[in-house]
Design a protein around this ligand. Structure first.
Ligand SMILES: Cc1ncc(COP(=O)(O)O)c(C=O)c1O
Length: 446
């Protein structure tokens, strides 16, 4: 007999660690089967996967094309060490050159997002012969040592002071940052740019290898700058001869309705792009760092000091190739854009109905709602970097009870379903949110 939900949870808790939580507080959902936008726990309860797990299962669960590609690859070569040439690795590198913007053209494969960021920073530092990397507050880049320092949200604080060569700057957050208090988004974005430029000057541009930014802000709460911000960043990089590393780990592969978040700003020319998550939709772990022809050329004669036993894993590369085929054949980027509009409309309707909704942000199937106690003062329902308040805990519990699995963080509820989601499934998700928000409204000023 297969174990019940309670048994499964008990054994997981006894023998394994959970991340980002004290162990007693871990109260997981179980999963024994998954298909499309749904999964089932060990007692047969169905959940709508409203966050694509960790915003990575972009193509949905159980896609037969990807499963068959992994099976087929396993029958010929499961693993070759990273200095050996394989077909899926070559093919995936070729495809990434096709789908990434501008001159991004050569890939270094890793195991996931954090080590893609580690290697992106390493490549930038080796190439430029400079030490510092500039990152923004309210960002996330992974939990390995350097990547965690690069992150600009409180998840990094347990790792302080981290590596010494990260410099943080303020970033766009029109809803709350004081930078935006007195003006338009464009005016605020310009002040952010001016502050970044000043920091670059204070830090000495000759010491700065790269500016590292999420192509579209993600797990910190989707706080994104507009054209003015990105034009300014592009200009600073050009003026001071600094590289731009774009982190597309979360915002890549159709999440925002474009192949990559940075595609919303076609004038931006990234020098290095990091990716993971949607690259394989989590079917097998994989990440990549893609660099321009110019940076690739540097390493023709200079050693690339890095490598991972499982880098360019054959099964993972085969899963990556098959994923890109699915994005193309099933027109998932287009579906993300279209369903994103439906999702946005639905969230705006909820915002009209529920006084606890302070802000709705994002684009495509990459959206978040931020909850408040008071719309006028914008007093948060829980508070940034505070343990979840009673109302936020009740909202999360209600969603789970109704059969929705999603990512609830501080004051934000993430709405990031798989890119295969249909209108009907979005409506179902919005219904569940509607019920949960009625609870939040009890704590919000009418
Ligand atoms: C923007 C971004 N970068 C990097 C990472 C780290 O990726 P991983 O968890 O695969 O190491 C994440 C994970 O959420 C992310 O959202």
């Amino acid at each position: 007999m297969s174990p019940s939900h309670a048994e499964l949870v008990d054994r997981n808790k006894t023998y394994t660690f959970a991340s980002w939580t004290s162990q007693k507080a871990w109260n997981p959902i179980s999963m024994v089967r998954a298909e499309g936008v749904y999964f089932w726990d060990a007692d047969g309860k169905r959940y709508l996967d409203w966050s694509s797990q960790l915003v990575n299962v972009n193509i949905g669960h159980g896609n037969p094309h990807v499963i068959q590609a992994i099976q087929k690859q396993a029958e010929s070569v499961c693993y070759a060490y990273p200095s050996i040439a394989t077909e899926p690795r070559a093919r995936l590198g070729q495809l990434l050159r096709e789908i990434t913007p501008h001159d991004l053209s050569k890939s270094f494969f890793t195991l996931g997002g954090a080590d893609a960021i580690e290697n992106a920073m390493k490549i930038a530092r080796l190439y430029k012969g400079r030490q510092k990397i500039v990152t923004r507050y309210r960002s996330y880049h992974g939990a390995t040592f350097g990547a965690m320092t690069a992150g600009g949200d409180p998840r990094r604080l347990a790792n302080e002071p981290g590596v010494p060569w990260i410099v943080r700057v303020h970033g766009p957050y029109p809803y709350r940052s004081p930078i935006y208090r007195t003006g338009t988004q464009e005016e605020g974005d310009q002040i952010v740019v001016d502050l970044i430029e000043e920091t670059v000057q204070f830090e000495g541009p000759e010491n700065i290898a790269a500016i590292l930014l999420e192509g579209y802000s993600g797990s910190s709460g989707i706080m994104q700058g507009g054209d003015v911000f990105w034009r300014g960043v592009e200009r600073i990089c050009e003026t001071y001869d600094i590289l731009l590393i774009v982190d597309e780990v979360m915002s890549g592969f159709g999440r925002t309705g474009e192949w990559f978040g940075i595609n919303h700003y076609p004038f931006v020319k990234p020098d290095i792009m990091a990716m993971a998550k949607g690259l394989t939709s989590g079917y097998v772990p994989l990440g990549a760092v893609v660099v321009t022809g110019e940076i690739a050329g540097f390493f023709d004669d200079n050693v690339l000091w890095g490598g991972l036993t499982y880098g360019a894993h054959a099964l993972a590369c085969a899963a990556g190739v098959a994923n890109i085929e699915v994005y193309r054949n099933e027109k998932l980027i287009e579906n993300s854009r279209e369903m994103g509009k439906t999702l946005r409309r639905g969230l705006m309707n909820l915002a009209e109905k529920h006084t606890s909704v302070g802000d709705v942000r994002g684009t495509g199937l990459h959206q978040v709602i931020e909850l408040v106690k008071d719309r006028e003062t914008r007093q948060p329902l829980s508070g940034w970097n505070k343990p979840a308040s009673e109302p936020m805990r009740r909202v999360a519990a209600s969603l789970r009870e109704q059969g929705m699995s999603t990512f609830v963080n501080w004051d934000c509820v993430f709405c990031t379903p798989p890119l295969i989601v249909t209108q009907e499934q979005i409506d179902h998700g919005l219904d569940m949110l509607d019920h949960a928000l009625a609870i939040a409204d009890e704590y919000a000023k009418a």
